[in-house]
Design a protein. Structure first.
Length: 85
């Protein structure tokens, strides 16, 4: 077999494959928006992060954080919904 580039490793000699990212990377200058839904019947709010992808469509990034209103009026995270890898 003729090697055109002998300095490059062959198929079986390459390093390990990188794991794929769970959420696609944000492209440069993407506007990120946070949506707050709630309160529901138990007084819980859901925070989600959305951004426009290259096709100008809204896409959710990351898990949904479940929060409640704290003693001083701030949202305090109590749970995470979705995959958090």
């Amino acid at each position: 077999m003729l090697d055109f580039r002998p300095d490059l490793p062959r198929r079986g000699m390459r390093g390990q494959e990188r794991p794929k990212q769970k959420y696609p990377p944000l492209w440069r200058d993407a506007t990120v928006e946070q949506h707050i839904d709630g309160p529901d019947a138990r007084g819980r709010y859901r925070l989600s992060v959305w951004a426009y992808n290259r096709c100008c469509m809204l896409q959710q990034y990351g898990p949904i954080r479940v929060c409640v209103m704290g003693d001083h009026g701030f949202l305090v995270q109590v749970d995470v919904e979705g995959d958090i890898r």
